[in-house]
Design a protein around this ligand. Structure first.
Ligand SMILES: *Cc1c(COP(=O)(O)O)cnc(C)c1O
Length: 382
């Protein structure tokens, strides 16, 4: 049994100034959506250089983006089976159909070379996911989308402050392209406890932005004889000022968060370079410090090592928390019931069954890297 303190795989960085600012909002008398949300939208708009609206999750932002792209019942949306299930659930909720394309085992993102073959007359959009904050192959994806007249909704939930360095496209994820959706969930690189934002295409007209605002609050607009009208079914997706003020304090720290994450990733690679884990068949992520924001550092265990046993031992013997992000979506019961089965997307299934997320967060100490890998070396020996 370990005497060391518990080391989780993720931990939010919340400073005293943030806590004081939340207190101020609570004392102000205005705690739900108000001036802090507007200020966060303005700050994010400046950061991305495109229109931004905030919502209370990075799930509803995906669904609203698909709606704004005109995705309807029986339409098809191409995406990856190796993602958090919300990417795919929002497609089902619209009555549309996810069309899965297997991953590239190197990047663990959607294999863009296989997308064209998945397009049918019903395809409306492509939803790539920048898993762990490593950008998907956007040059190829946008080229295919343009060629076939498809929309792109980037699930950038994990990719704030990641950088895409392609040939056609260059810049921060969310600063170019079609729609980009971000999550501010507690574990994400920038958090508001829960929350998210949608970044709109640069040339988005005022009417679309107003619709995106109505969709987050019951469809209500300030129109008509009663000073209020409803012309569309909206949800209840507004971010609170209490949450937004946290984001306002996180945003100036983001560059520092990313730098620290990259430094820790570099240390993991250095520690792993002479580790027996690699000889045992453990797969490392792509070593990319220029593009990835290192939202997560993931290894893939070979099939002869029991992931469940390793995770259990790390927890009980070493007090280390390991995450699983994620099992392949098409193998969940809901998706099997709709016809998907094991064997359809072998790369996603293999990675989904072996992936482990190691601790990595800005306030993690350098010495913890060695602690994690040493413990993992012990726990993977049978
Ligand atoms: C976190 C996440 C989401 C959903 O974000 P929430 O804010 O939790 O709704 C969607 N997709 C991916 C890939 C995520 O990691």
């Amino acid at each position: 049994m370990s005497t060391q303190p518990f080391l989780p795989f993720a931990r939010p960085t919340i400073d005293e100034a943030t806590i004081a600012a939340v207190g101020e909002v609570l004392r102000s008398g205005w705690i739900t959506s108000g001036p802090k949300v507007q200020a966060l939208e303005a700050a994010l708009g400046e950061y991305f250089g495109r229109p931004v609206r905030c919502y209370n999750s990075g799930t509803c932002t995906l669904q609203i983006a698909l709606k704004l792209c005109g995705v309807q019942a029986r339409d098809e949306v191409i995406t990856t089976p190796l993602t958090w299930v919300s990417t795919c659930n929002v497609i089902l909720e619209l009555g549309a159909k996810p069309v899965f394309v297997d991953i590239d085992p190197r990047t663990r993102n959607i294999d863009a070379s296989k997308i064209a073959a998945a397009i049918t007359p019903r395809t409306k959009a492509i939803m790539p996911v920048h898993l762990t904050g490593l950008p998907a192959d956007l040059d190829t994806i946008y080229a295919i989308a343009q060629q076939h007249g498809l929309r792109v909704v980037e699930d950038a939930a994990q990719a704030i402050d990641a950088e895409y360095l392609g040939n056609t496209y260059h810049g921060k994820i969310g600063s170019f392209g079609d729609y980009a959706s971000f999550s501010f969930h507690a574990n994400k690189n920038l958090t508001t406890t829960e929350g998210g934002c949608l970044v709109f295409p640069k040339d988005t007209d005022e009417a679309t932005l107003k619709l995106a605002e109505r969709l987050r609050l019951q469809g209500v607009s300030r129109n008509g004889a009663d000073g209020m009208d409803v012309d569309v079914i909206g949800g209840k997706y507004n971010l609170t000022d209490m949450a937004a003020v946290i984001g306002l304090h996180q945003l100036p720290q983001l560059v520092g968060f990313t730098a620290r994450r990259r430094a820790l990733a570099k240390q993991y690679f250095a520690r792993l370079s002479n580790s027996p884990l690699v000889l045992a068949g453990v797969e490392l992520p792509v070593e990319d410090y220029a593009q990835s924001n290192w939202h997560m550092f993931q290894l893939v265990l070979p099939t002869h090592i029991s992931r469940a046993k390793v995770i259990e031992r790390l927890k009980t013997e070493f007090n280390i928390g390991i995450g699983v992000h994620y099992p392949a979506v098409h193998l969940f019961t809901l998706y099997r019931q709709q016809g998907w089965a094991a064997g359809q997307f072998p790369q996603a299934e293999r990675v989904g069954a072996g992936t482990i997320t190691l601790p990595l967060f800005p306030t993690m100490a350098d010495s913890e890297v060695d602690r994690v890998i040493t413990a993992l070396e012990i726990c993977t020996q049978s």
